[in-house]
Write a new protein. Structure first.
Ligand code: NDP
Length: 311
């Protein structure tokens, strides 16, 4: 029997598991590598209230447990290992685990996700999920009626500040320079919201509180003056880093590292390699969109195998 697999999936967030469910049901007997953080970004969130089908919400880790169970039910093989090297130079693609074991497959589905960037403050780490969040769309609702702060000045920060301003009486936007990187239209939206106060030249010194966020200490980096903002939520929107470094020699990506796929598909320019989820999406970054592109990747992989006469 050949050791060459039909389909290997790298990553175990909503994209990876959805790809696995579709690939397994299509008879591809997929092998999925979970990576270092099985379950992906949802494992560090609490309630997920915006994923359709869970009217009462579900905890992120519980939801990923369900995804995994569903993938396994149809025969997905799961390995709790990290892939740290790939070679996509031939039609049979090669990948290596951390322990240097080689696996080969006709199709590879990449669902390695992206990681939110953090400021790196100990207080930010301590209060993670206790008022500190990197996703306003996911967690903003929990701060309805409360004052919050958001760090960042790109399109994400502008979009999330505007989103929060519809839920919260006051949004403090902490911008480290005297201008924003966000597009003009997004900046205009921020300025049009009367309850967003932009603090220019402002850095975060510390998030206050032990068990929940009780405020944030900020410093004006021009004057050195420090002050405390009375907020219950602290959002960090300073960018994401797609987990795609190992694919750099082989796949097209933008300057940040997001994988490029052909419009309306999950196909990369390399035959038999498909990308899904946040690793290829810098705009939406939602569990439900990741699941959708995971499905696309599996369907594209199945079609590819049929076209090549492998399946
Ligand atoms: P960006 O990299 O564009 O912006 C990051 C922001 O965070 C910058 O303003 C940066 O400040 C600030 N920042 C970085 N590190 C720190 C720090 N340590 N302390 C304080 N501030 C910090 O990331 P985004 O996530 O905003 O956007 C990523 C890409 O996605 C962009 O191309 C964007 O256009 C796109 N996007 C598009 C959307 C849309 O079209 N609707 C929505 C969201 C994103 P500084 O400017 O000083 O470097």
């Amino acid at each position: 029997m050949s050791d060459i697999r039909n389909c290997i999936i790298i990553g175990s967030g909503p994209a990876g598991y959805t790809a696995a469910i579709y690939a397994a049901r299509a008879g591809l007997t997929p092998l999925l590598f979970t990576g270092a953080e099985p379950g992906g970004q949802l494992m560090i969130t609490t309630d997920v209230e915006n994923y359709p089908g869970y009217p009462d919400g579900i905890m992120g880790p519980a939801m990923m447990g369900e995804f995994q169970k569903q993938a396994e039910r149809f025969g997905t093989e799961i390995k709790y290992e990290m892939i740290n090297k790939v070679d996509f130079s031939e039609s049979v693609h090669k990948i290596w685990t951390e322990s240097d074991e080689l696996f080969e497959a006709h199709t590879i589905i990449i669902s390695t996700g992206a990681s939110a960037k953090w400021l790196g403050l100990p207080s930010e780490q301590r209060l993670m999920n206790k008022g500190v969040s990197a996703c306003a769309v996911c967690d903003g609702f929990f701060f309805k009626g409360m004052d919050v702060a958001i760090v960042g000045a790109g399109d994400t920060a502008a979009e999330e500040a505007t989103y929060l301003a519809k839920l919260c009486p006051k949004v403090h936007m902490l911008v480290r320079r005297d201008e924003m990187r966000a597009s003009k239209i997004m900046q205009e939206r921020v300025h049009d919201m009367p309850n967003i106060e932009v603090h220019w030249n402002t850095e975060t010194v510390e998030v206050l509180g032990e068990e929940e966020v009780e405020g944030v200490r900020v410093r004006n980096n021009k004057t050195g003056e420090e002050s405390t903002l009375d907020v219950k939520g602290f959002f960090v929107a300073i960018g994401h880093k797609p987990n795609t470094d190992i694919f750099k020699p082989w796949l097209e990506m933008d300057d940040v590292g997001y994988l490029l796929v052909q419009c309306g598909s999950a196909k990369t320019k390399t035959e038999g390699v498909f990308a899904s989820g946040d690793a290829a999406d810098k705009v939406y970054r939602q569990a439900v969109t990741a699941a959708g592109t995971g499905c696309m990747a599996a369907l594209d992989a199945e079609r590819y195998l049929v076209e090549k006469g492998i399946l």
